[in-house]
Ligand binder design. Structure first.
Ligand code: C2O
Ligand code: CU
Ligand code: CU
Length: 532
């Protein structure tokens, strides 16, 4: 059956009280345990864990700066990288590495990133968590065609991969074709946002799953004076860590169960409709790496850039007394106060900013970062070797980190409901609609605050562009243990309803609301909202 043929309309939109009425797929039991997807097994023997040193992506220097702006350039190109020891994997990269280079920028300064596409496919760059005007946000049909593409080809293939897709008619009129470019494109990020761990990744309509799986991911760290004034671990003791699971074919190539191996049409084979899970866990692009750490505090900026995998992260052994993971921030920057956890659950696209004090361990301890949602090899993530030498550490975690503005539910001018479900036709939908560019499911007024209520059949990490939000409730009760602070992605568990408060600020235009399970996203679980 062709997954792109939507049946749509037949299923009535369920109201907010109808959570119990869903037809939950048989796989729901597995999904409930944090396994939204199917394991794709590698055809190569997997390397032993904890052999490869942890790489840290290089920080990219601007090509120039002026009074207001820093300018960067990134070339998207294929590189043959040694990901598994002794094998080469053809990887789609930003600048030749996986992950791509880290951008480290100042809040209040403008950042312009010019991307040049030397890959063989069109791309779209999105800054995840960015507060970005619509024309630089990476709208999924704002394609950058590879260098050398003819204008005729670009015009003819501007919508490649979407032909024959119902619900797309009239799209060409709705989408501003003027926003596609050939070869290069400059993305402008005004920088009116606080310090936070952001990331950039591909967002091409229908192909985000394979593009990120093949490597198009990088960190974009925003720093500001408020955060710099805190005595948090810094320098070598601040580690960005991007988690991603992958699978490899016999010759070391990246394996991905695309419906069309040539990637001319989107989607994965039926077995992987729930999401693709790999059997190799990469941290910063290395399989089960190990890192030497001092007996000191470290700031770990965790990003889950996996297509579909959820992790429940825990240190093993726990330090005496537990509470190993001190959360200082989330998707949208610092929390007001630190929150201590024994374990942290991180869904695709979420970020957790954690401080771990390795001086709580005896010298020489090998501390494993475990994934309690995994099994077998995917239960291990990486290893920290706690050093034995005496070191100085003047970092601390203040009891109060910052003052956060609380959005007020009383200010909400509207409540909107979005159901994240698989349609009877087999596609992933929002309010029973498969994605159609230019068709907005909501039109919030610029400057207004709204309550958005999301409900689910199975696990869906729901993400909003333009503004971060605050979680108001889960299933009518309090927010969960991992919902604190400003967030841009919130994990809906099976048959759950989550309410968030969001204020739409500064930039009008069409933005995305979607599931960040990339297989769900590519198979239509995405919607526009138009800020007016
Ligand atoms: Cu991280 Cu719309 O994406
Ligand atoms: Cu985003
Ligand atoms: Cu989903």
């Amino acid at each position: 059956m062709n997954r792109r043929r939507f049946l749509g309309a037949g299923v009535a939109l369920l109201g907010t009280g109808a959570l119990g009425a869903f037809a939950v797929p048989a796989t729901a039991r597995l999904l409930a345990e944090g396994r939204p997807g199917r394991l794709l097994r590698s055809e190569v023997p997997l390397p032993e864990a904890f052999q490869v040193p942890l790489p840290v992506p290089a920080v990219l220097a601007p090509v120039r700066s002026d009074a207001t702006t820093d300018y960067y350039e990134i070339t998207q190109k294929v590189a043959r990288l040694e990901i598994l020891p002794g094998l080469r994997t053809e990887t789609w990269t930003y600048g030749g590495s996986y992950p791509g280079p880290t951008l480290s920028v100042r809040s209040g300064r403008r950042t312009v990133v010019t991307h040049r596409n030397e890959l063989s496919v069109p791309t779209v760059v999105h800054l995840h968590g960015g507060h970005t005007p619509a024309d630089s946000d990476g709208y999924p049909v704002d394609l950058v065609f590879p260098v050398g593409t003819s204008a005729e080809h670009a015009a003819a293939h501007g919508m490649a991969g979407m032909e024959g897709t119902e619900g797309m008619e009239g799209m060409a009129g709705a989408v501003d074709l003027g926003r596609t470019t050939i070869g290069t494109r400059a993305y402008t990020y005004p920088g009116h946002q606080r310090a936070a761990t952001l990331w950039y990744h591909d967002h091409r309509m229908g192909f985000t799953g394979p593009a990120i799986w093949n490597g198009l991911t990088g960190f974009h760290l925003v720093r500001d004076d408020e955060e710099d004034a805190l005595p948090l671990p810094r320098g070598d003791r601040e580690l960005p860590l991007v988690l991603a699971d992958r699978a490899f074919t016999a010759d070391g190539s990246s394996a991905y169960p695309a419906l069309d191996p040539e990637l001319a049409a989107p989607g994965v084979t039926d077995d992987y409709m729930n999401g693709v899970l790999g059997d190799v866990i990469l941290v910063n692009g290395a399989p089960w790496p190990r890192a030497a750490v001092d007996r000191a505090r470290y700031r770990l900026r965790l990003l889950n850039a996996s297509n579909a995998r959820l992790y429940r992260l825990e240190l093993d052994p726990q330090p005496p007394g537990g509470d190993a993971l001190v959360q200082i921030g989330g998707d949208g920057g610092l929390l007001e106060e630190p929150i201590v956890h024994d374990a942290v659950e991180i869904a695709p696209a979420e970020r957790f900013d954690l401080v771990v004090d390795f001086s709580r361990y005896p010298p020489g301890t090998a501390v494993r970062l475990m994934n309690r949602f995994g099994g077998g090899r995917t239960e291990e993530v990486m290893l920290f070797d706690v050093g034995s030498r005496a070191v100085s550490d003047d970092s601390t975690v203040p009891e109060r980190l910052c003052t956060l503005e609380r959005l007020d539910a009383e200010d909400a001018v509207a409540t909107r409901v979005f159901g994240f479900r698989r349609s009877r036709g087999g596609d992933w939908t929002i309010n029973n609609r498969p994605y159609a560019p230019g068709r907005a499911l909501a039109g919030p007024a610029l400057g207004s605050t709204e309550i958005w209520r999301f409900f689910s059949d199975v696990h869906h990490p729901v993400h909003l562009h333009l503004n971060s939000f605050q979680v108001l409730s889960r299933n009518g009760g309090d927010p969960g243990a991992y919902d604190a602070g400003w967030k841009d992605t919130v994990d809906l568990r099976p048959a759950e309803a989550v309410e968030v408060l969001v204020r739409f600020t500064d930039y009008p235009g069409s933005y995305m609301l979607h599931c960040h399970n990339l297989e769900h996203e590519d198979m239509a679980m995405m919607a526009d909202f138009a800020v007016e």
